[in-house]
Design a protein around this ligand. Structure first.
Ligand SMILES: CSC[C@H]1O[C@H](OP(=O)(O)O)[C@H](O)[C@@H]1O
Length: 351
């Protein structure tokens, strides 16, 4: 199979550290405006994560890590132990920005760990740790892309949901990295992207990302997914994850669960691609995952056009849980877990 020209397929960087501030590509404005917003302190980063200025499980972990670096400039401490105590309120505010993606808490735990044993140079240690988290994520995505693409037979069609690309990570993407690798290797002929209401990560972000690569996706309404699967044009559904539990149950963007049900009904394969930073072995199953519910107002407008009358009752959970029984493969940078269950997860993530 041809090698993957990673640089060709990965020119978007949603997160930029300037040395004294964090610049975030404002994903609320894409694809119509390409604008970066500047976060000069940790609370601005927390607000940006909550507002989805930056979004995507790995990306919010990386942003929070840089938020901790900014918080370090807001406190005085002689060493790592004193810094840990002084930083904790800011780290808690960063952690509270969104509840479902485990990457946020995972990144902040990495930053706390970097302080252990640190001396007067603890701020520099934090900055190195944030940089390492971002670099490790990019490397993980590129390895995951190759591992996931290898499962896909040449001539395949793939459906993806939400945005799991460079915009949601340090680069290349998770599920979108598998798709980029699969297209590069001639395995994937057709890419379908679900619009992903209500926030339209698919229509606004995934389509834009793939067009930057010269990959022409076919956009579909979320409601068209089962009909597409029935057509025989798609062989795999490939999605990302926000939290993968100890038994393989997976939280991901709302709408993923019904894609998994339809895929199983139509005999399609269902792949979850996520870095090991998304695996949460401390959560036994999907029932224990906190599902973020956002402002119902996100349901009422699309591109400035109202989609419902005022004061309509609405419910806006933005994630759901796919039971492991409906997942054919979980792909992380450590390898492929076929037919995931608690035993397979323990074998892959022994502790
Ligand atoms: C590799 S991104 C993982 C995950 O994050 C997205 O959620 P959101 O856009 O709300 O941050 C979506 O669930 C992606 O699959």
């Amino acid at each position: 199979m041809t090698d993957i020209d990673f640089d060709r397929y990965d020119r978007i960087r949603p997160i930029r550290w300037t040395g004294d501030a964090l610049e975030l590509l404002d994903q609320r404005r894409l694809p119509f405006q390409v604008e970066y917003v500047r976060c000069g302190d940790s609370d601005a980063v927390a607000a940006a994560i909550h507002a989805l200025t930056v979004r995507g499980a790995p990306a919010i972990g990386i942003a929070a890590a840089w938020g901790a670096v900014l918080a370090a400039r807001e406190v005085e401490a002689a060493d790592g132990v004193a810094a840990l105590a002084a930083l904790e309120p800011a780290l808690q505010r960063l952690n509270a920005a969104r509840p479902t993606a485990v990457n946020l808490a995972w990144a902040l735990a990495r930053m706390r760990g970097a302080l252990a044993g640190a001396g007067a140079d603890w701020r520099a240690r934090l900055e190195r740790e944030a940089q390492a988290i971002a670099e490790e994520d990019l490397a993980a995505n590129r390895r995951m892309g190759a591992l996931g693409a290898a499962l896909i037979a040449p001539g395949s069609g793939v459906l993806t949901h939400c945005n799991t690309g460079s915009l949601a990570t340090a680069g290349f993407g998770t599920a979108l990295g598998v798709i980029r690798a699969g297209v590069a290797q001639g395995r994937i002929d057709r890419v379908y992207a679900g619009e992903t209401r209500p926030w339209l990560q698919g229509a606004r972000l995934t389509v834009w990302e793939l067009e930057q690569d010269g990959i022409a996706p076919t956009l579909i309404a979320d409601a068209a997914a089962s009909h597409l699967m029935k057509s025989g044009q798609v062989q795999w559904v490939v999605v990302g994850a926000d939290r993968i539990c100890a038994n393989g149950d997976t939280a991901n963007k709302i709408g993923t669960y019904q894609l998994a049900i339809a895929a199983r009904h139509h005999g399609l394969k269902f792949m979850v691609a996520a870095p090991s930073s998304t695996v949460d072995m401390a959560t036994p199953s999907g029932d224990a995952i906190e599902i973020e519910e956002r402002d119902p107002g996100e349901l009422f407008g699309v591109g400035g056009v109202r989609t419902a009358a005022e004061n309509v009752g609405a419910w806006n959970p933005v994630f759901d849980v796919t039971p492991h029984e409906l997942i054919d493969a979980i792909v992380t940078e450590r390898g492929v877990i076929e037919r995931p269950d608690a035993a397979a997860m323990r074998a892959a993530f022994p502790g």
